[in-house]
Design a binder for this molecule. Structure first.
Ligand code: PGA
Length: 254
């Protein structure tokens, strides 16, 4: 088994405004979160400050992350959020290229590449998401799709690459209740690590954390996390409830 420290992240998507975030935190602060792994919560932008304050008031080890960002530092970009604002809120992570951003909001690879670069400039950890659709999987294009998406980060320096987290999220498994089998996930995670090794060197690849996302629940966490190349999870639906997210965190260590 690898020495990589696991990372489990909650992606609340467009759920949990301030009121619901407080209810979650009231539960979360009563739980004793294991310290053998990293845990982060990514609330919607408008709940970031409240969640951040709530976590620090309860001396929580849980970190804060954002679900998106813009690559420019400031300017005429109506409706967008600068990475500098996320830094002010003490975010440590930012999700980049989630499939919902790619498919619903048509974010092109060129933007994602700039976002990863911009996040690294301000020392925020980018969680760069990749994953194939069902059509692509059925057409035997899983590998070419994932490698094509990874190409957006191929020009990073090795030092920059060492700061990146990758999340493999097969689009057909997101919010559908259909999880990739541990073998299916492991196959793609292995592919990602090999690409990383070929691109940045094997020492960097050995350190890379690759999260799995797509219908992760307390019941399927342990089996997924036991795979050699799965180093954590990006959890949507099952992270909205404090108890269920806590179970996922606990099961990630089993
Ligand atoms: P899900 O979402 O756990 O609800 O499938 C995962 C994600 O989209 O990050």
């Amino acid at each position: 088994m690898s020495e990589r420290r696991k990372l489990v992240m909650a992606n609340w998507k467009m759920n949990h405004g301030i009121k619901d975030s407080f209810s979650f935190l009231a539960e979360w602060s009563k739980l004793s979160i294991p310290t053998e792994l990293d845990v982060a919560i990514c609330p919607p932008f408008t709940s970031l400050q409240s969640v951040g304050l709530g976590l620090s008031e309860s001396n929580s080890t849980t970190a804060l992350g954002a679900q998106n960002c813009h690559f420019e530092t400031n300017g005429a970009f109506t409706g967008e959020v600068s990475l500098n604002f996320l830094k002010e809120l003490e975010c440590q992570y930012v999700i980049i290229g989630h499939s919902e951003r790619r498919h619903i909001f048509n974010e092109p690879d060129e933007w994602l590449s700039k976002k990863v670069d911009a996040a690294l400039q301000v020392e925020l950890t980018p969680v760069f998401c990749v994953g194939e659709t069902l059509e692509q999987r059925e057409a035997g294009q899983t590998e070419s799709t994932v490698l094509g998406q990874l190409a957006a980060i191929k020009d990073l320096s090795r030092e920059q690459a060492a700061q990146v987290v990758i999340a493999y999220e097969p689009v057909w498994a997101i919010g559908t209740g259909k999880t990739a089998t541990p073998d299916q996930a492991e196959e793609v995670h292995g592919l990602i690590r090999r690409w990383f090794g070929d691109t940045f060197g094997t020492a960097y690849a050995a350190e890379l954390r690759i999260l799995y996302g797509g219908s992760v629940k307390p019941e399927n966490t342990s089996e997924l996390m036991r795979q050699e190349n799965i180093d954590g999870a990006l959890v949507g639906g099952a992270s909205l409830d404090a108890k269920s997210f806590f179970e996922i965190v606990q099961n990630s260590l089993k």
